[in-house]
Design a protein around this ligand. Structure first.
Ligand code: AMP
Length: 414
């Protein structure tokens, strides 16, 4: 059988791993600036953890979870999202004594979706949460944090922030009723998928990508008309704050987010450059979720972003590598080369050698790798007790004694 990786998974290497590491560093730096504490949770949990909060009818639970029974007849699930495990971790480790709790995490998620550009079955997410405050300024803080991170990674022109409010419980009950009534009158025209959701979860019809559904949703009832005074104030406070912070946004009445537990603020960053998987970051407030999971009745808000999608949008800057390449022209010079290796290691100078006693091949490799210098060891160097060092950016070449190499490399790199 031909060796292959599992459908929907991908190996991360080369340019992409450089981007991944760059993204992780920017995320950690921004998290530290705002005092968010990192949490890493296991990649699998008891299946029950996800079933209830994610909503028994949501796509994730119905079709997409990787669940299995282990040898103790326990049902386990590879985490499809990070919010629920993070809250589980906060509860089981007694982290909710000092509120608000600000946490973040980075790691792989698993969903059995149909693979396509920007959509994998194992993918990586960045996740930020604030647990324990209803203050609209927490919503502002998290949006502003996501804005800072994305702006460090991507050109502003490539992304757009969409926001909406789903109001509170009363808003949602009234709004769902009126949506059900409205969509029932279009039963014949809606997609099959959406017809199934009319009674159970009519909100999800609003973010359907089916063309007929999109057109019918255009004239559907709008949630703003159902916001209670309190929910309206929360939303107005948020918009005013974003304006003060000069964070551009677009109001999007059809933004409902995939999972059932959202209320009040929901937001997404979208891009026109991503094809059909156009959302790179999404989040919102989930005030009832922590209680549903068996914790205290405290509110929460958070967001998640897909690293693969951010990487797809990032422009790759080819870096000049600081690595020095070595060219050894003959096996006769290995002992002489070992003196050089000892010297480079002592001075913490990173170097690369291709194990080929061939000047041309060593030069080709150094050029492909964008190395900055190559050190040559040949007949002349060996006989004369020196090393030839060539700067591959300027072409300048020098003959140096071993103890001059460190200063020379440092001089040039300034
Ligand atoms: P969600 O939890 O569905 O709101 O996802 C949050 C973010 O994770 C999305 O905006 C994407 O950037 C990313 N994401 C979700 N599902 C996938 C997937 N199957 N493959 C790659 N990235 C994904």
């Amino acid at each position: 059988m031909k060796l292959r990786s599992v459908r929907g998974t991908h190996d991360i290497f080369g340019e992409e791993i450089d981007k991944f590491n760059f993204i992780s560093n920017i995320v950690s730096k921004n998290a530290n600036l705002k005092e968010y504490k990192e949490i890493q949770t296991p990649i699998f949990e008891f299946s029950d953890l996800f079933a209830k909060p994610l909503g028994e009818l949501s796509d994730v639970v119905l079709k997409e979870m990787y669940s299995f029974e282990d040898r103790n007849n326990e049902y386990l699930t590879l985490r499809p999202e990070y919010t629920t495990p993070m809250i589980r971790a906060a509860i089981t480790n007694n982290l909710l004594n000092d509120l608000p709790l600000k946490i973040f995490g980075i790691g792989p998620m698993f969903r059995r979706e149909r693979p396509q550009k920007g959509r994998y079955r194992q993918f990586n997410q960045i996740n930020f949460e604030i647990l324990g405050t209803r203050d609209f300024l927490a919503d502002v803080e998290l949006i502003s944090l996501s804005n800072n991170i994305l702006n460090e990674l991507l050109p502003k022109s490539k992304i757009k922030l969409h926001i909406n409010s789903l109001g509170d419980k009363k808003t949602l009950i009234d709004f769902k009723k009126s949506l059900t009534k409205y969509f029932n009158t279009y039963k014949k025209k809606l997609s099959e998928e959406s017809v199934k959701k009319i009674e159970s979860n009519p909100l999800r019809i609003l973010d359907s990508k089916n063309q007929a559904d999109v057109e019918i949703s255009l004239s559907s009832p709008k949630i703003y008309e159902y916001l209670t005074d309190e929910a309206k104030k929360h939303y107005e406070d948020l918009k005013r704050s974003l304006n003060i912070l000069e964070i551009d946004f677009e109001e999007n009445a059809n933004l409902v987010r995939g999972l059932d537990y959202y209320c009040n603020t929901v937001f997404e960053y979208k891009s026109d450059n991503l094809g059909s998987q156009d959302t790179l970051l999404g989040g919102g407030r989930y005030d009832g979720l922590i209680k549903v999971l068996g914790g205290p009745d405290i509110p929460g808000i958070g967001w998640a972003a897909g690293i693969e999608r951010i990487a797809l949008l990032m422009e790759y800057e080819k870096k000049i590598s600081s690595t020095v390449h070595i060219a050894v022209t003959n096996e006769k010079f290995t002992d002489y080369f070992l003196y050089l290796q000892k010297y480079l290691s002592e001075y913490r100078i990173s170097y690369y050698w291709n194990y080929k006693y061939n000047l041309k091949k060593s030069f080709t490799k150094a050029n492909i790798s964008s190395a900055s210098y190559i050190i040559i060891i040949g007949e002349n160097e060996f006989n004369g007790d020196f090393f030839t060092i060539k700067n591959l950016m300027t072409g300048e070449q020098k003959e140096l004694k071993l103890n001059q190499i460190f200063n020379h490399l440092n001089d040039k790199s300034r």
